[in-house]
Design a protein around this ligand. Structure first.
Ligand SMILES: [Fe+2]
Length: 104
């Protein structure tokens, strides 16, 4: 997920330059939330054995991340991407793409 978030930061910065604030803030907040849940997920995965309560927590984390991702992707498709198309020129999109490529 981290690479996805990093490449989106490039677009967020561009959108902010164009005066888009609210949707970018929401996306960043959700990225932060998912990063925290991913840390919890990784902690659980790295444990050799989980007790009953930890298994419940692990399932909760997985469901939480899945729901969050589903909702996040819907927002990207319905709100963020149309904004990107509306606000950024082809040249700016190309520039974002080149920067994102360098992250790989
Ligand atoms: Fe995202």
């Amino acid at each position: 997920m981290l690479k996805h978030f990093e490449s989106e930061e490039i677009v967020f910065d561009k959108l902010e330059e164009k005066g888009v604030k609210g949707p970018v803030d929401v996306m960043r907040e959700e990225h932060d939330e998912m990063k925290e849940k991913e840390k919890e997920f990784n902690l659980m995965v790295n444990k050799k054995k989980l007790n009953k309560e930890e298994v419940k927590k692990f399932i909760y984390i997985i469901k939480y991340i899945a729901e969050m991702l589903k909702s996040h992707i819907q927002k990207e498709e319905m709100i963020l991407y149309p904004l990107v198309i509306e606000k950024l020129s082809n040249e700016e999109l190309k520039e974002c793409g080149e920067k994102a490529e360098k992250l790989k």
